[in-house]
Design a protein around this ligand. Structure first.
Ligand code: HGY
Ligand code: MN
Ligand code: MN
Ligand code: MN
Length: 403
């Protein structure tokens, strides 16, 4: 391994960024598109890529592309994302970006020179933590989301995507599908820390991805009557917090089989301790193996939210915010990679990825690196050095076979 890859018991690149975006309040890391932490990671990426002799450009949607040689058709593209969920782990995203750069360093140390265009890519807003739509950068690239809708998206401070983009050199008037750039991609490979513990149970360091669950995000607004906490008898209330509480408990009862449904975020308006809220909003993340199963799950949750609201004299409104159908990765490419790595297992995942968005447009594959506890989207997310190194070596092997 080159010295750039290994240091201090972890991949050197991860050490270079480990202090960026630490979230003392939540624990873990918070790095959201174009905030101070993610902007610092962008700067790190450009500097690290340029040290490797790569030429970095930012596309019309804020995604970063580090080209090894001239951009061109049938490119091998490898990468992931640098943003995180609030209070997330340090590896979800960055491990894939660091490993891609380390793989370039290793290929260069091995004297390999690309025989076809090659780029390391960093997709913007993969977690959707700032503007609400997951995989926003790859969805914009592939024309999978309306640019008008995206431009108007607001973050928690009321800043629009358009304003944030413009403040960071991305002209919002130009965001949207980038068919010429998409057509250049011959194959996309993403390495990612595993989110779940299948590899721990299999006692193996690596896997290729077989597919991704269907998943989406819905906003559920419970509206009632705002009022005074002390002057309003309990019998005179139309309290959306009580409706939301019933609706949240009903989510668990709505799942069937291996469905996954989560309410990870709730907001009361106006949010005063001595105020009965006028509105309570919850955000639902629902996933299942099949598109129809996910749709059916959300239909059950919608029915129970409506019922919970009516019981409190409130209303409930469910709005779809984003949707990703079930992904099956190209089996021939998947099996070719697995065989080239000595027969690593192929695993499905419940976690969404930019690779899931690209898979609908170009040959795409994923590599997973073991996460001993399986915990992710939390500070405890982890991967051992030896497995990270195996990941870099495996990614290098995969890329050699493609270059
Ligand atoms: O939500 C997901 O599955 C991914 O981490 N964005
Ligand atoms: Mn994630
Ligand atoms: Mn991720
Ligand atoms: Mn008062």
């Amino acid at each position: 391994m080159t010295d750039v890859a290994l240091a201090h018991g972890r991949l050197a690149g991860l050490d270079e960024i480990v202090d960026v975006g630490r979230d003392a309040g939540r624990g873990g890391w918070s790095r959201h598109v174009w905030d101070a932490a993610e902007t610092e990671l962008r700067t790190w990426f450009v500097e690290r890529a340029e040290r490797l002799g790569l030429d970095v450009e930012t596309d019309r949607n804020g995604n970063l592309w580090a080209w090894w040689g001239a951009p061109g058709p049938d490119a091998v593209v490898v990468g992931s994302h640098l943003d995180s969920v609030p209070g997330g782990g340090e590896m979800d995203g960055p491990l894939g970006v660091v490993s891609a750069l380390d793989a370039v360093a290793l290929l260069q140390a091995q004297g390999v020179r690309p025989t076809r265009p090659f780029a390391v890519v960093v997709f913007a807003e993969e977690e959707g933590s700032r503007f609400g739509i997951a995989c926003l950068g790859s969805r914009l690239l592939t024309g999978s989301v309306s640019p008008d809708r995206v431009r108007a998206l607001r973050d928690a401070d009321g800043v629009t995507f358009a304003e944030a983009a413009a403040a960071h050199g991305t002209d919002p008037r130009h965001v949207g599908a980038d068919p010429d750039r998409l057509a250049r991609i011959g194959v996309f490979v993403e390495l990612h820390v595993e989110q779940g513990r299948a590899l721990a149970d299999l006692d193996g360091p690596l896997a290729v991805a077989s597919g991704i669950l269907a998943h989406g995000r819905w906003r559920i607004d419970f509206t009632g009557q705002g009022n005074h906490a002390g002057a309003t008898r309990m019998t005179d209330r139309r309290d959306p917090m009580v409706a939301a509480a019933r609706g949240i408990l009903a989510v668990r009862d709505a799942v069937r089989g291996d469905d996954r449904a989560t309410i990870g975020r709730i907001e009361a308006v106006p949010g005063g301790t001595n105020v009965i809220p006028s509105r309570v909003t919850t955000w639902l993340d629902a996933r299942s193996d099949l598109d129809d199963d996910t749709r059916d799950l959300v239909a059950r949750i919608t029915a129970s939210a409506t019922e919970a609201a009516a019981a409190e004299g409130c209303d409930a409104r469910v709005t779809e915010e984003s949707w990703s159908g079930r992904v099956v990765f190209d089996p021939a490419l998947r099996d070719r990679l697995a065989a080239g790595l000595g027969g690593v297992p192929a695993l499905p995942t419940g976690a969404g990825h930019d690779a899931g968005v690209l898979a609908g447009h170009v040959p795409t594959a994923m590599l997973f690196v073991r996460n001993p506890s399986g915990v992710s989207h939390a500070p405890e997310e982890h991967a051992e050095l030896a497995d990270c190194v195996e990941g870099v070596v495996a990614l290098t092997t995969v890329l050699r076979g493609l270059l």
